[in-house]
Design a protein around this ligand. Structure first.
Ligand code: ATP
Length: 625
């Protein structure tokens, strides 16, 4: 803003903080100007420069055509020295540590070593696969996984990202939906001192060729099925070949990665990532988390979740160092790694923070190198956020909310605005949206309100196709027209507060109608979570009685580990009082149940639709008795 603000905003420009709102508005209204500026901040090397930044002439592409004519290889852009970022061959690209070796020094890999290893893997891939083949990765996000990911993209193949927590059947579905030719995996996953089988799950899930990496040491702990291959044998295919790699350059919209959404609202969608998606997410990390070449960025995740590729590209395209902990992120070992690796940007999801806090795992550790914290995945807990921020001398927590299909967050905190825990300080750069009332009419931009979000459709990096569903049907059909263009559906209910902050109230599918008032589950849960000391978390769902009549509010509760047994009726009156006092005196709690845990997606998101189905069944059986 200091470099461009005066030129772009004229006399209205004051300084980055006071003119932020104006500059954001400019980025929405002049996306081609905004994107041409930020593209220069990251290490993008075009073989052919784009003819245009945004072209809206093809009306079938509701999201616009971006960087038309550009030819590049996004993995190559990650691996080149880049003088403006002070990135040389000797710069540290990755720091990592294996769980259990918590008192050893952290390991480091230079950019040159990373590039050489990526080239070796890409060379070996060329001996076995045709360009464009889809190749899956199902393993923890280790150094080796990152090398394989970049090699697949460098060689003009397509990564199929499968999270390592999936059961065989889910691995199988993802392999067949994506038509993957092979899968990179590990024999085991070492996590929290346990050895969890992985190869055996892959073998049960798919007959495609597996290349198997040992979780520890140089030797595999399993015997291989006919046709499968050890990592060592795979690498030997590259022996004796040239160390200069014939990189494959493709158009900006070329497919590089197939990801799957988490499936909180239905079947997981197979989401294609082009070469635009990495650019979008890195520029957002640059603009919102202020990632800089000297940063060390850590975010426990997996390449099968959108945060995996976002983390990888955000580091390598901005010249920062990627920090990876090979093991469970839930315990003290991980927290110590954050200290020892000198992490400066730490991302998390709410359940991780809960675990660090419950175990007091940061005690005695020095997290003061952290300058930015971040969270995503589901609504974060304000008390946990305060705890987390206090571990790092009260550094801000940037809340991020978006989707795999957007390759970004549509709402996200910004360091140029004050942060409020559990809330978003605005839309991400260049993103515009309206909040719709129940008739689909947008509320004015400056009023506090709540409703479903409608994204402005011209969105750099968003999908224009899905592999197993119709992009237009899923994201556009039935959405209102705004300023001559059909809005893009995202499915979240958001609230705009006084002062222009945003709070996500959950998915539109999770709203309920209580006594004629539309209410979000998340809002009720926020209040119930604080109703009693013994509560770890709550889930609110509404049940439609089999015989008709108004929806009934049911609340399920999980108690903290060491809390004494608790009576559901006592909880019920506590919930009732809290809701009446803080939300609406007319809302009645009909049913409370204490359960050991909630059903969650593999990425740990609460599956309210499953709870709703289970409870409906349970209650209708009861009424039959
Ligand atoms: N920081 C956050 N606060 C609140 N909710 C969040 C946050 N981050 C993500 N979410 C929720 O997760 C959603 C994005 O997750 P994802 O892209 O995996 O899709 P999904 O909706 O879970 O899957 P599907 O589309 O298959 O149902 C967001 O739309 C939002 O509802």
């Amino acid at each position: 803003m200091e470099a461009h603000g005066p030129r772009l905003l004229g006399s209205s420009y004051k300084d980055p903080v006071s003119s932020f709102h104006l500059f954001h508005k400019f980025s929405v209204e002049h996306q081609e100007v905004y994107w041409s500026m930020v593209l220069k901040e990251i290490s993008i090397k075009f073989q052919q420069e784009p003819k245009s930044i945004l072209d809206t002439s093809d009306k079938s592409k509701k999201g616009g055509t971006w960087l038309q004519g550009a030819v590049l290889n996004i993995a190559e852009c990650c691996l080149l020295p880049w003088p403006s970022q002070n990135r040389t061959d000797d710069s540290t690209a990755i720091v990592w540590r294996d769980e259990g070796l918590d008192n050893h020094p952290v390991n480091r890999m230079s950019l040159k070593e990373l590039r050489n290893q990526v080239i070796t893997v890409a060379t070996a891939l060329d001996t076995m696969f045709q360009k464009g083949d889809r190749i899956a990765i199902d393993m923890p996000m280790t150094c080796t996984a990152v090398i394989i990911y970049l090699a697949i993209v460098l060689g003009g193949f397509v990564v199929v990202s499968i999270a390592d927590s999936f059961a065989p059947q889910e691995i199988g579905t993802r392999m067949s939906v994506s038509k993957a030719k092979a899968i990179f995996t590990q024999d085991f996953i070492i996590r929290g001192g346990k050895k969890v089988p992985l190869y055996s799950r892959v073998v049960q899930g798919t007959s495609s060729k597996a290349v198997v990496i040992p979780a520890t040491g140089g030797f595999l702990g399993v015997s291989l099925r006919n046709g499968d291959m050890s990592w060592k044998d795979f690498l030997s295919c590259a022996a004796g070949r040239s160390s200069i790699y014939p990189t494959i350059y493709q158009s900006s919209d070329a497919l590089t990665n197939i990801l799957f959404s988490s499936g909180t609202t239905g079947e997981p969608k197979a989401i294609p990532w082009s070469q635009l998606s990495p650019i979008r997410c890195t520029c957002d990390t640059w603009a919102h988390l202020d990632i800089q070449p000297q940063d060390i960025f850590c975010w426990p995740t997996n390449l099968g979740w959108v945060m995996g590729p976002i983390l990888l590209y955000s580091c390598f395209l901005s010249g920062a160092t990627l920090a990876l902990y090979h093991g469970s992120p839930l315990g003290r070992g991980f927290c110590k790694f954050v200290q020892d690796a000198g992490v400066t940007i730490l991302g998390s999801v709410p359940s991780l923070v809960k675990s660090w806090k419950a175990g007091n795992f940061t005690e005695g550790l020095d997290w003061t190198k952290i300058r930015v914290l971040s969270t995503t995945g589901e609504a974060s807990d304000i008390d946990d956020d305060l705890w987390l921020s206090s571990r790092a001398s009260y550094k801000p927590i940037i809340e991020c909310c978006g989707g795999t299909e957007l390759a970004s967050s549509y709402i996200q905190g910004s360091l140029l605005r004050s942060q409020a825990f559990g809330a978003f300080s605005g839309a991400s750069m260049s993103t515009g949206f309206v909040i719709l009332d129940e008739q689909g009419t947008p509320y004015p931009d400056d009023v506090p309100c709540a409703g479903e979000v409608g994204l402005f459709p011209l969105y750099f990096g968003a999908t224009d196709q899905l592999l197993n569903a119709d992009n237009n049907k899923v994201y556009f059909d039935g959405m209102p027209i705004y300023n001559g263009r059909q809005l893009r559906r995202h499915g979240d209910i958001i609230q705009r507060t006084v002062g222009g902050y945003y709070i996500v109230q959950g998915r539109a599918d999770d709203t309920m109608n209580l006594g004629g008032i539309k209410t979000s589950s998340v809002e009720i849960e926020r209040i119930c979570n604080r109703a009693d000391e013994s509560l770890l978390e709550t889930a609110a769902v509404s049940i439609k009685p089999a015989g008709g009549g108004p929806e009934q509010l049911a609340i399920l509760a999980v108690l903290k580990d060491r809390s004494p047994p608790c009576d559901a009726n006592v909880l019920k009156s506590k919930f009732q009082r809290a809701i009446q006092k803080n939300l609406n005196p007319l809302f009645k709690v009909s049913y409370v149940k204490i359960v050991p845990e909630f059903p969650r997606t593999a990425s740990n998101k609460l599956l309210r639709r499953v709870l709703r189905d289970q409870l409906s069944k349970e209650l209708s059986n009861r009424s039959k008795l």
